[in-house]
Design a protein around this ligand. Structure first.
Ligand code: SF4
Length: 449
């Protein structure tokens, strides 16, 4: 038997947001470091790990459904471990509810997933014998990650959140913000760039707050300057996700617009546009203030792209406040926007608030938001037809076409660009002429490398 075939194998299934994808990368790295080998399919693995999402009801249901499906698919004797946000938030409860699962493991603690939780056990154990606080992987933030497989990669610069948005449970289970040091982020970034990554996507629960917990507010701009130094090694783009709007000001904005590597893509976490409702959400801002921020950036960089997400049907939301949101969307002309019906999260202030909005009404409002936003997004894409764009080739799709993104599209979130060129490969940065917009996607012909 070869060494490879005698090694225990693992399979990691990731649900939820980009921050979870980084955690999964680090889980993979820790399992590889423990001597396990990656399996291509859950059915072949000795250890199946589900990295769950607990963001809203639908995400939790998807996490449970996926876990149950994988429980059915695994081979006899394989261990099934649930980790991620649901494990952190509902640990013991989840272990009780899912007897199919061998362990429910949060991300805090000592030891490693493979050695202390799953594979050292003499035989599979039921929920009744799962330790109440099973030991999990170490703090994932500082763990190494496997070699990159795409020309872009998420880099998590901090974990946790210091804010107290009324609808959000994240601070209750991810804790206060803990920022990594610039040195450790740069080291991870350098390794990724040396491994072929051209675009780094920086993520955190509250990215613009980076460094404040270490007594150094405003650290994001200097971090961007530090990462810009990797341009000589092949770093082409740095993209920022999740910017709390009150922090989108100079020197961060001027630094973003000045540095050649930082793309003018502003992922503003707005949630609503009505000032009274935002106060009820315990958040900063108003539609007018947001418009001021957006207008000022566009005045400096007309090609800047904007994304945001909004909660529809927050407790106490009135028709007039919903109208404020619709007016804001029409005025802001964001390139991309996502709308989510309010989801009541146990233990949050919003869960105790009176005047719940009927779910059907929230869905009706959501459709109205989409009806305003969709033509705006489409028009922004149509306007690009005939223009020259710069595309980072991400992959070759199943039809053999090259698929990539400009600065306007975040990976896995926004549209894509299909380009035609015989010579280009994933990782190449090419100039291309946009010939067509199909929904949110573009088709382009390469003009030069
Ligand atoms: S800033 Fe984001 S993660 Fe932090 S409490 Fe608000 S919604 Fe939650």
């Amino acid at each position: 038997m070869s060494e490879q075939s005698s090694r225990r194998t693992f399979y990691v299934e990731t649900l939820g947001c980009p921050k979870n994808a980084v955690d999964s990368d680090k889980v993979v790295a820790s399992l590889l470091a423990d001597g396990l080998a990656a399996a291509d399919r859950a059915e072949d693995a000795d250890l199946v790990v589900v990295n769950t999402c607990a963001f809203i009801d639908a995400a939790r249901q998807e996490s449970i459904d996926t876990t149950l499906a994988l429980a059915g698919q695994r081979k006899p004797g394989a261990r099934l471990v649930v980790t991620g946000c649901m494990a952190e938030r509902y640990g013991a409860e989840l272990a009780e509810a899912l007897p199919e699962v061998d362990a429910v493991v949060g991300f805090a603690g000592e030891g490693s997933l493979a050695t202390s939780v799953a594979l050292d056990w003499p035989k599979r154990k039921g929920a009744g014998s799962v330790p109440e606080r099973p030991t999990g992987v170490r703090d994932l933030l500082e763990l190494p990650r496997p070699a990159p497989t795409a020309p872009w990669a998420y880099v998590k610069v901090a974990e946790g959140c210091d804010r107290a948005c009324a609808f959000c449970a994240i601070p209750s289970f991810r804790g206060k913000q803990r920022s990594r040091t610039p040195e450790s982020i740069e080291a991870e970034a350098r390794a990724l760039v040396e491994g072929g990554v051209a675009e780094l996507v920086l993520v955190a629960q509250d990215l613009a707050w980076y460094g404040r917990d270490a007594g150094e507010p405003g650290s994001l701009a200097p971090l961007l300057r530090r990462l810009d130094g990797l341009a000589a090694d092949g770093l082409a783009r740095v993209r920022l996700l999740y910017l709390y709007p009150s922090e989108v000001r100079d020197p961060l904005v001027s630094t973003m617009l000045e540095l050649a590597t930082v793309v003018p893509y502003f992922d503003l976490s707005l949630q609503h546009a009505d000032a009274r409702l935002l106060r009820r959400m315990k958040r900063w801002g108003s539609g007018d203030r947001f418009l001021d921020v957006i207008t000022a950036i566009r005045a400096q960089q007309p090609d800047a792209a904007f994304r945001s997400s909004f909660i529809v049907g927050f407790p106490g939301e009135r028709e007039s406040e919903h109208d404020v949101l619709l007016e804001f969307l029409a005025a802001a002309e964001l390139d991309w926007a996502g709308f989510f019906p309010f989801s009541s999260e146990d233990g949050t202030p919003a869960a105790e608030m009176p005047d719940a909005v009927e779910h059907d009404l929230a869905l009706e409002w959501l459709r109205e938001c989409e009806a305003v936003q969709e033509p705006i997004t489409r028009a922004a894409r149509d306007e690009l037809v005939g223009r020259e764009i710069e595309v980072l080739i991400d992959m070759v799709d199943a039809d053999g076409a090259l698929v990539g993104r400009t600065h306007r599209e975040a990976p896995e979130i926004d549209g894509v660009v299909t380009v035609h060129a015989d010579w280009a490969r994933p990782g190449a940065m090419v100039r291309a002429h946009v010939t067509e917009a199909i929904g949110t996607d573009l088709v382009a012909k390469v003009t030069r490398r």
